[in-house]
Design a binder for this molecule. Structure first.
Ligand code: A3P
Ligand code: MG
Ligand code: MG
Length: 394
């Protein structure tokens, strides 16, 4: 039972004088109405190269290819080029968003419109992973998270906050977890090809292997959408497309691995996982999730394709059931709470949001030491790169 104590503020004490808590929703009470979520529309794509350079090309785009039966997901583990865990900086997304606005402005000017150009009224700029955490928080029972939030001209910017300890922990992953995480990337190699017309086997002794895993390389999509009245700009990685790339999200595919389901308990666990799969894909308008089930040994057993929008219906009434409307309702309350909280004060303020499962959210303004910690000796104002700050505040 997830019901809250009568007064959540007494369990999470804000360090500020102003009341700024947001209580965890009561799951047994589905919302009477929930905010609309606008279908995401893609604004632009970009790629990270093997040297982790961002370029506005589709060089990292991969095409779907059926994986071989019984594929060994532990293959070439020792050749994995692993991108180190870093702070969830927004820089790449800010570059992309700046480019989108530049193009919009040019178009506006080319149309010789009499009105002067005005940047669109955007409420939030965030990576997709952060928005997924926010929206799925009502059902999160274990893992808390923290965000840094800044607001410039009415737009909120979110950055996941990872403490030094947490970063170290992620980088020194236990060998077993590290291998399990590799299985997911190996699955991507077996399921993709850089050529839309053929399954090119790389020079390797594993059938269907399209090349060794380099987690620096990513293809990303930036989309605009709307939750309730708040416009969101969201960026995230897209694993591959099915068939030719049309320039839209219609044939995007999210690849996932999961342990093979052997009983009712496993099934309920998988249904819970589907909540994260669902929102992760939903936020970028990815219509298909292709799941590879594997043995504990890392060998692929079966695969199954899910239509993203069908997933809520699939889990309804099941043991691991969840209701996406609870998430959307919570998400919109979370955004209004934040908007109300951060609107006071200066644009230089950095807010620290803390989510504690089954309790709720607190927000505090960081002091000077906290802000310095966020800047990490880099050329930034808070977590925003100086060039972006100068463009907006200048
Ligand atoms: P699986 O999710 O198939 O296991 P994504 O699915 O988002 O495209 O991510 C690709 C892979 O990155 C995941 O594949 C998983 O192996 C790894 N990964 C993603 N998030 C992770 C996390 N928080 N911890 C460890 N590995 C993670
Ligand atoms: Mg991915
Ligand atoms: Mg994936």
């Amino acid at each position: 039972d997830f019901d809250l104590p009568e007064n959540p503020a007494s369990t999470v004490k804000p360090r500020l004088e102003t009341p700024c808590d947001l209580a965890y929703p009561i799951l047994s009470r589905p919302p009477r109405s929930s905010p609309a979520f606008q279908r995401p529309s893609q604004l632009l794509t970009f790629s990270y190269t093997p040297s982790r350079t961002l370029e506005f090309t589709d060089s990292a785009l991969r095409y779907f290819a059926s994986p071989p039966r019984n594929a060994d997901l532990g293959y070439a583990y020792d050749r994995w080029i692993r991108r180190p865990e870093e702070r969830g900086r927004l820089d790449g997304l800010l570059h992309a968003w700046t480019r989108v606005k530049r193009d919009m402005k040019r178009e506006h000017e080319a149309a010789a419109s009499k009105t002067s150009w005005k940047a669109p009224d955007v409420g939030v700029v965030s990576w997709r992973g952060v928005m997924t955490k926010i929206l799925t928080a009502p059902y999160e029972e274990r893992d808390g998270w923290e965000l840094n939030v800044m607001t410039l001209g009415g737009t909120m910017y979110f950055e996941e906050h990872l403490s030094e300890d947490r970063l170290r922990e992620k980088n020194d992953m236990e060998p077993r977890h590290r291998l399990q995480s590799y299985y997911g990337y190996a699955f991507e190699s077996y399921c993709t090809s850089s050529d839309p017309n053929q399954r090119q086997d790389s020079e390797s002794d594993a059938t269907g292997w399209s090349g060794d895993v380099d987690t620096n390389v990513q293809w990303c999509s930036v989309a605009k959408t709307k939750l309730g009245d708040t416009r969101l700009i969201i960026g995230g990685e897209v694993d591959c497309v099915r068939g030719k790339y049309s320039g839209g999200t219609d044939n995007f595919v999210e690849l996932k691995t999961s342990l093979a389901i052997r009983g009712a308990h496993d099934e309920a666990k998988f249904e819970k996982k589907l909540l994260k799969f669902y929102f992760q894909s939903f936020l970028l308008g990815v219509p298909e999730i292709f799941v590879g089930f594997r043995k504990p040994s890392g060998h692929l057993t079966t695969t199954q394709s899910f239509q993203t929008i069908q997933i809520p219906r699939l889990v309804r009434g099941k043991p691991g059931a969840w209701d996406p409307l609870i998430c959307l309702d919570w998400g919109s309350k979370f955004l209004s709470f934040l908007q109300d909280t951060v609107k006071s004060g200066s644009q230089r303020d950095v807010w620290r949001l803390k989510f504690v499962p089954k309790v709720g959210v607190t927000a505090v303004v960081l002091d000077e030491i906290g802000v310095r910690d966020v800047e990490a000796g880099e050329d930034r104002v808070g977590f925003l790169p100086r060039w972006y700050w100068d463009d907006h505040v200048g």
